[in-house]
Design a protein around this ligand. Structure first.
Ligand code: UDX
Ligand code: ADP
Length: 465
């Protein structure tokens, strides 16, 4: 079966870039991305392609190449479902904030809504593809909704987890390590898998397209993220030990990374991992393990999160301790708010938690991030419900200029590894700060020696200075 029409529900960080690349690489396939959020769709359709709502290097060029030709953004969900032979579900599945599984299980409300809508609208057979990260056996729930409320049409359900990392989405999509497609083992299931393989085979070598059963595919996604996050927590655990013993975590990471069994990637000690996936997916894994009564398995993976929370908290505590145990009324400048460089996504960013701890100590926080505006910063803090929105507004201000953010500050905290931070006129920043001027580099991006030569009191992660 050759697919001519694809619909993707959810125009976010996953759906947007993934579908833009599919459209770019498959000019014969019409790709329509739909979303309930009107503003978001309007932004994707903005005449000036620089205003699309997701910032990723290279993305606006890809969107510009296909938009209006075979790539469309719309709020008409029903029409897009009706026309498509293949429907990707890329809606967000945040951790539940209420009821059973609160704080652990994935909230599948959006997924269920999509399934019900597909069931109600579909008049012809469809292949439904899970793109969002989902707990294992969600496909079963999807199938049950589709089969029991549909108009007698046949649905095939595939799992095709996304492995792109934000900030490198376009290159990850153009040249992925692998594409994973899970489907039923019967003939119809295998035909559906083949239809999706055909799409990716337009630009990805066959040997990198793996096919498995649905459950293996779903569990592989959770496992990949758990392993990656575990590496970060492992090196962060060692970073604290380095600070006490006189070792340097960067040297340790280099030394162990040269062992080909360990490998050099994902060993950067930091203020802690963020992003929409790692914590959510591990919590999911923990919740599933607990449900099966596998308490040791659950505890093992939960420790990765516990370590990450500790790393964020001790970074904030170190700032307070170093600034003579009080930051009350002091201006602390944050360089970076996004959870990593080259993205405007701030979900679960370490900056949010560090800011929250410093606000509890009555600090004034001045934020500069090249891609994040004040509205997003305040939204993130309000989402924690630690204090009123009014109090967050009083305690935090965002600046469009890094030099202004740092002006008269007692300390600077680097929370994101944006490249431009290295290029600043640090002498000028130093001259305009309160003395002694402190820098807490949560990402080890600045040249410590140069900073200390200028006069800064410098603290990085994983080394005692
Ligand atoms: C992750 C997975 O990498 C991706 O495959 C999956 O599809 C979604 O989740 P993402 O969350 O976009 O991607 O970013 P990633 O590059 O994995 O970084 C996650 C967090 O870990 C960031 O906050 C990053 O700064 C931090 N990190 C990463 C470190 O602190 N140290 C490292 O060595 C690597
Ligand atoms: P992700 O990182 O998983 O892509 P985002 O939050 O960036 O997450 O994107 C998910 C998108 O899915 C949001 O724009 C949201 O409005 C959209 N969405 C959620 N539920 C539905 C639904 N039932 N129908 C259409 N769009 C939806």
């Amino acid at each position: 079966m050759k697919i001519k029409n694809i619909c993707c529900i959810g125009a976010g960080y996953v759906g947007g870039p993934t579908m833009a690349v599919i459209a770019h690489k498959c000019p014969d396939v019409k790709v329509t991305i739909v979303d309930l959020n009107k503003e978001r769709i309007a932004a994707w359709n903005d005449k000036d392609v620089a205003n699309i709502p997701v910032y990723e290097p290279g993305l606006s060029e890809i969107v510009a190449s296909a938009r209006g030709k075979n790539l469309f953004f719309s709020t008409d969900v029903e029409k897009a479902i009706d026309e498509a032979e293949m429907i990707f579900i890329s809606v967000n599945t945040p951790t539940k904030t209420y009821g059973l599984g609160k704080g652990m299980a994935a909230d599948l409300k959006n997924i269920e809504l999509c399934a019900r809508q597909i069931a109600a609208v579909a008049k012809t057979d469809k292949i439904v593809v899970e793109k969002s990260t989902l707990p294992v056996r969600t496909a079963e729930a999807l199938r049950s909704i589709l089969d029991n409320t549909g108009n007698g049409v046949k649905f095939q359900i595939l799992s095709n987890p996304e492995f792109l990392a934000e900030g490198t989405a376009v290159t990850d999509l153009l040249d992925p390590d692998r594409v994973l497609i899970g489907g039923d083992t019967d003939t119809e299931g295998q035909e559906a898998i083949e239809a999706l393989v055909q799409i990716y085979a337009n630009w990805i070598p066959r040997e990198r397209i793996l096919t498995t059963n649905v459950w293996s595919s779903e569990l592989s996604k959770l496992t990949a993220n758990a392993f990656l996050a575990q590496r970060v927590s492992s090196i962060n655990a060692i970073s604290e030990l380095c600070e006490k013993t006189g070792a340097d975590v960067n040297e340790v990471a280099r030394a162990i990374g040269m062992d080909s069994r360990i490998g050099p990637k994902f060993l950067k000690a930091s203020v802690g991992f963020g992003g929409s996936c790692f914590q959510k997916d591990i919590l999911n894994l923990v919740y599933i393990a607990k449900n099966y009564g596998l308490h040791e398995v659950a505890d093992y993976w939960e420790q990765v999160i516990i370590m990450n929370d500790h790393q964020k908290r001790r970074f904030a505590a170190n700032i307070v301790r170093t600034l003579y145990n009080t930051v009350s009324g002091k201006k602390i400048a944050f360089l970076g708010w996004a959870f990593k460089k080259d993205t405007n996504d701030t979900r679960e960013s370490a900056a949010i938690y560090v800011a929250d701890d410093l606000l509890k100590e009555q600090a004034n926080i001045a934020v500069y991030d090249p891609k994040v505006e004040e509205g997003a910063v305040l939204y993130d803090l309000n989402y924690l419900h630690t204090r009123s929105a009014e109090d967050n507004r009083k305690g935090v201000k965002a600046y469009a200029d890094p030099y202004e953010a740092c002006h008269d500050a007692h300390a600077i905290a680097v929370l994101t590894e944006w490249d431009e931070f290295r290029e600043y006129d640090w002498q000028r920043i130093y001259n305009n700060m309160k003395k002694p001027a402190f820098v807490f580099d949560g990402r080890n991006v600045l040249d410590a020696e140069r900073m200390m030569k200028i006069g800064f009191v410098f603290c990085g992660v994983g080394k005692a200075y």
